[in-house]
Design a protein around this ligand. Structure first.
Ligand SMILES: Nc1nc2c(c(=O)[nH]1)N[C@H]1C(S)=C(S)[C@@H](COP(=O)(O)O)O[C@H]1N2
Ligand SMILES: [Mo]
Length: 205
């Protein structure tokens, strides 16, 4: 059934077969996928900031320069999986590890159990707070050592590689901590709330 579709894709590199989740195909390209228009930022210090709010002792807003002054990590050899069935293996990303970011903001309230990522233009993605403590969850701004392209989320995107890529919200502007789960953009349209590529959690029902 997916044969025609599969032909568009690249061969899986030798030895990497076990890194491709069920129903996924490997691409060497970096497809662009989003709903709506790509925001183009100029004068970032005037037009962009990142706001953390919700179940936190006090809200906090980072200007672009404040955010870029935070310590970063680079993670390598990380695979990403889109629910539309492309996977891209062995990518590298640089940014602020989410777990470390929490040390630069006011304390979370004990009631904080979920996160809603807010993007420019209104896109959202939700996830449990506990998955955000993984080593590979970043507020990412370099891809393969270079500034993110506008289509891939410049100047900042969330990066949650263990979930289907729709959770990795591009053009990130806000992080809301919540006591109860609230569905994000695709989750409301019937995508699976948990989005684990290894369980093929594509659609809810
Ligand atoms: N702000 C925003 N982020 C988004 C989306 C979107 O529509 N808006 N689409 C998601 C989906 S469905 C995917 S597969 C990835 C695609 O990221 P890419 O275009 O960098 O490959 O971005 C995710 N992040
Ligand atoms: Mo996607």
């Amino acid at each position: 059934m997916f044969d025609a579709f599969k032909r568009k894709f690249d061969a899986t590199p030798e030895g990497m077969e076990e890194r491709v989740p069920p129903g996924q195909y490997v691409t060497q390209k970096f497809p662009v996928l989003h709903y709506g228009e790509t925001p183009i930022y100029k004068e970032l210090e005037q037009t962009w900031d990142l706001r953390v709010f919700g179940e936190i002792e006090a809200p906090k807003t980072f200007s672009y320069n404040e955010f870029r002054a935070l310590p970063t990590v680079t993670i390598e050899n990380i695979d990403i999986h889109c629910v539309t069935r492309w996977s891209k293996l062995a990518t590298s990303w640089t940014g602020v590890r989410f777990r470390d970011f929490l040390t630069h903001i006011p304390a979370l309230k004990p009631s904080a159990k979920y996160v809603l990522a807010h993007s420019e233009g209104g896109y959202t993605a939700n996830m449990p707070l506990e998955i955000m403590y993984d080593d590979d969850v970043l507020l990412a701004y370099l891809y393969e050592g270079e500034e993110l392209a506008p289509d891939h989320g410049f100047p900042l995107r969330l990066f949650v590689p263990k979930k289907y890529f729709w959770k990795s919200a591009k053009w990130l502007r806000g992080i809301e901590f919540m006591s109860a789960d609230r569905l994000g953009f695709w989750e409301r349209y019937g995508y699976h709330n948990n989005a684990d590529p290894w369980q093929e959690e594509r659609h809810a029902d």
